[in-house]
Design a protein around this ligand. Structure first.
Ligand SMILES: Nc1ncnc2c1ncn2[C@@H]1O[C@H](COP(=O)(O)OP(=O)(O)OP(=O)(O)O)[C@@H](O)[C@H]1O
Ligand code: SF4
Ligand SMILES: [Mg+2]
Length: 338
């Protein structure tokens, strides 16, 4: 059976004055209805570029996109703008980090939720307004029938983010892409919003892609995890397995460098040495090799010369091999993570 969302061998390249930026470099993943895929990785690893490619939002004049994005069997790469336009906000919706810039200051919150509903369903103004009130109620806004007439600046940051989610979900999308939807919010509100997404997912069976910097967030929210580095997937699998027994040295680095919600307050975090590579000229072989403590221990200089492939399902794109990955993690990494 074909997966609901299938991204296969996706390449996204930008033509810039300095040369070609290889932002996404052969990425593949799948997602089923009712499930949530978390995407994590350092800044610049290609998370947002991937999602914008899925949504068909890149500027075709400066962006070269290759590969396949299939949604419910429909090919989206290269699909005409009219087709994509119809999908966005209807079958596919998105929530981005910055709700202040995403909501227009000139229209009431209610109107901004009601408009896409009217557009996609042909509902009357009155019906769409009722729907907006209902959506505000569902996302946990108190007195929704009153607040529907507020302007965005009358809402708090957390309320605006909820309103964004109401806007994204108003047409019952089958795929929701949430790119750092809670980063700007305090931890309690973050948790509430993620719970809300899960709850709405249980009601509608939507598939969700959740991009986050925060491994504490993914642990309780997503089913599967994709770890990205330099435009590639370096590790993937069910989230519990990836967090319990990560196999890629980069994932080890991420785990050691990210604060987690539950534990280790006050514990020193270890940053990953070095910086992410230039995407104008990514390193050959494994793109992580200049930063990897294990590259020298792999025979025949393979880390520098041979691009490791990511096995489908559970696995890591790394030449160390499963057995060594397990033993290094157990002996050296886990004790440090505490
Ligand atoms: N339109 C563009 N033109 C040129 N380069 C771009 C363009 N959009 C993104 N990039 C580059 O592509 C790379 C991936 O960017 P992307 O926004 O996907 O990172 P990200 O993983 O979402 O990072 P963050 O966690 O900071 O949001 C970055 O190096 C970025 O500078
Ligand atoms: S392939 Fe080599 S350089 Fe890349 S992560 Fe594995 S050991 Fe490190
Ligand atoms: Mg981003």
């Amino acid at each position: 059976m074909t997966p609901f969302l299938s991204v296969r061998d996706l390449y996204v390249r930008f033509a810039t004055e300095d040369g070609t930026v290889r932002a996404v470099d052969g990425l593949s993943f799948t997602l089923e209805r009712g499930r949530t895929l978390g995407i994590v990785g350092e800044s610049g690893s290609g998370k947002s570029v991937t999602n914008l490619a899925v949504l068909g939002l890149h500027d075709p004049r400066t962006t070269e996109i290759r590969g396949e994005v299939l949604l419910d069997g429909q090919e989206l790469t290269g699909a005409p703008e009219s087709v994509l336009e119809k999908l966005r906000g209807n079958k596919v919706a998105m929530v981005f980090q910055d709700s202040l810039t995403a909501l227009s200051p000139y229209y009431t919150v209610g109107r901004q939720i009601a408009e896409p509903y009217r557009k996609h369903t042909g509902a009357s103004r009155r019906e769409a307004r009722l729907r907006a009130v209902e959506m505000l109620r569902r996302v946990g806004i108190t007195d929704p029938a009153l607040r529907v007439d507020d302007y965005p600046h009358q809402f708090s940051g957390g309320m605006r983010q909820r309103a964004m989610i109401a806007m994204a979900l108003v047409c019952d999308p089958e795929l929701l892409i949430a790119d750092e939807p809670t980063t700007a919010l305090d931890v309690t509100v973050q948790a509430q919003i993620l719970d809300l997404l899960k709850e709405l997912q249980q009601q509608t069976g939507a598939a969700i892609v959740l991009v986050t910097h925060d491994l504490g967030v993914v642990a309780g929210t997503v089913d599967d995890l994709l770890v990205m580095y330099a435009g590639r997937a370096v590790e993937q699998g069910p989230v519990r397995e990836v967090l319990r027994a990560p196999r890629h040295p980069y994932t080890w680095g991420l785990l050691g460098s990210m604060p987690r919600l539950s534990s280790d307050v006050g514990q020193p975090l270890t940053p990953i040495p070095g910086t992410p590579p230039s995407l104008l000229a990514p390193p050959p072989g494994c793109p992580f090799h200049p930063r990897c403590a294990y590259a020298a221990s792999v025979a025949e200089d393979r880390c520098r010369t041979e691009r490791p492939s990511l096995p489908p399902g559970r696995g890591a794109a790394c030449h160390l091999g499963e057995e060594r990955q397990r033993s290094v993690f157990a002996e050296r990494i886990r004790p440090r993570l505490g």
